[in-house]
Design a protein around this ligand. Structure first.
Ligand SMILES: NC(=O)C1=CN([C@@H]2O[C@H](COP(=O)(O)OP(=O)(O)OC[C@H]3O[C@@H](n4cnc5c(N)ncnc54)[C@H](OP(=O)(O)O)[C@@H]3O)[C@@H](O)[C@H]2O)C=CC1
Ligand SMILES: CC(C)(CO)C(=O)C(=O)O
Length: 340
């Protein structure tokens, strides 16, 4: 690790800001962050961050702040890593994520890191960039942007980074070696701040199914009810009649795909954070802000993975279609807003 890595980070909200902060504080990377709605505020004042790992900081700015994704052929120096920390909403995002980042990708060089929840998020990326490494980043952090540039991180940052299984790759073995080397390098740079817990993830599909036990159930149930992850634990009947049955469907799907997850995981997920923290899962925050929900990557993808093996998932289906209803309404509201 001779020189600072040159990193492009796209999406400086709850998670992206904490990722940028850890990388900058470790000094093994320089982050160019592409910001959107908070660009003006962060450029002028920097971020104000209330962090369980870092304390309260004001005026934090990533190494460089950009208002648009740069084009590397315009004399811009190539990026070693491109980190995507925007929401992954393929049903409503145009252009698609690969097309959005394409101008910044140097073929064969830039490693793409998807720090996003959900299943199957790598497929279009690996297809679009067959000679670039694509890594998974699973964040166990809890962080929200309460107003432009103001971040509240209430759950300690833990990040698992590892290679997605190789597909669309001409030389699988050589690709796997490169991907492991990239992930190892990224983990070292990310860990350098000493304020976070970042580990190499040797079994990304297993880790992603595991995280879905929370994200495909608690996220939509909180978004649909307006309750936070503490409140759903005390609302009579909700855990027994909705949360655990939904979680069981994810366990059945994961097991059927070869990723055996124990029953105890359900209660570990439910009780993982103290009740009084009142964690607001990202999908609840999206609903409150009239932002698009990650409905396809958290619910659609596992449901389709079940269908491919003729496994029915009635509870997940119900959550999925209710969320699709919200998505439809959000689309209408956004298009009305854009007209005015
Ligand atoms: N929040 C959490 O605690 C956790 C979230 N995750 C996952 O992390 C990922 C990020 O979530 P989170 O940080 O909560 O999301 P946020 O909504 O807080 O932040 C996303 C940011 O990306 C920006 N953005 C979106 N599209 C673009 C674009 N084209 N160019 C530049 N910026 C863009 C948004 O800008 P704008 O404001 O303009 O929309 C926003 O600032 C998701 O996949 C989520 O599931 C995982 C673990 C925990
Ligand atoms: C589980 C949780 C709450 C944080 O790790 C999350 O992934 C989310 O908010 O989407």
């Amino acid at each position: 690790m001779q020189r600072q890595a040159r990193i492009l980070l796209i999406g400086g909200g709850g998670i992206g800001t904490i990722v940028a902060l850890n990388l900058e504080r470790g000094a093994k990377a320089r982050v160019s962050a592409v910001l959107r709605s908070n660009f003006e505020t962060v450029t002028r004042f920097g971020y104000t961050i209330h962090s369980v790992d870092h304390g309260t900081l004001s005026g934090f700015r990533p190494g460089e702040i950009l208002s648009a994704i740069p084009t590397v052929s315009d004399g811009v120096e190539p990026f070693d890593y491109i980190i995507c920390t925007m929401k992954n909403t393929p049903d409503v995002t145009k252009p698609s994520l690969p097309e959005l980042i394409r101008p910044a990708v140097t073929t064969g060089r830039s490693t793409i890191v998807l720090v996003q929840n959900g299943l199957g998020i790598q497929d279009t990326m690996m297809e679009a960039f067959p000679s670039n490494v694509v890594l998974s980043g699973i964040s166990l952090c809890g962080s929200t942007e309460s107003s432009p540039g103001v971040i509240h991180q209430i759950v300690p940052d833990e990040l698992l980074v590892g290679p997605f299984p190789a597909t669309h790759r001409p030389d699988m073995q050589q690709y796997e070696e490169r991907a492991i080397a990239s992930a190892t390098d990224f983990v070292a740079r990310y860990s350098a701040s000493g304020k976070t817990s970042c580990h190499f993830d040797a079994n990304v599909p297993m880790s992603r199914w595991k995280k879905l036990v929370y994200n495909a159930t608690i996220n939509p149930i909180c978004a649909l009810t307006g309750l936070d992850a503490g409140e759903i634990r005390i609302c009579p009947g909700l855990l027994d009649h909705l949360v655990r049955p939904a979680m069981r469907e994810i366990l059945i799907l994961a097991n059927a795909h070869g990723y055996v997850l124990p029953d105890e995981l359900m209660d570990e997920m439910i009780e993982g954070d103290p009740i009084e923290l009142h964690v607001e899962p990202s999908m609840l925050v999206d609903k409150q802000r009239t932002q698009y929900l990650e409905v396809e990557t958290l619910l659609g993808a596992p449901i389709r993975a079940g269908r491919s093996l003729n496994i029915e998932t009635p509870i997940l289906n119900m959550l999925y279609y209710l969320c699709k209803g919200i998505q439809y309404k959000t689309q209408r509201m956004i298009s009305e807003r854009d007209k005015n």
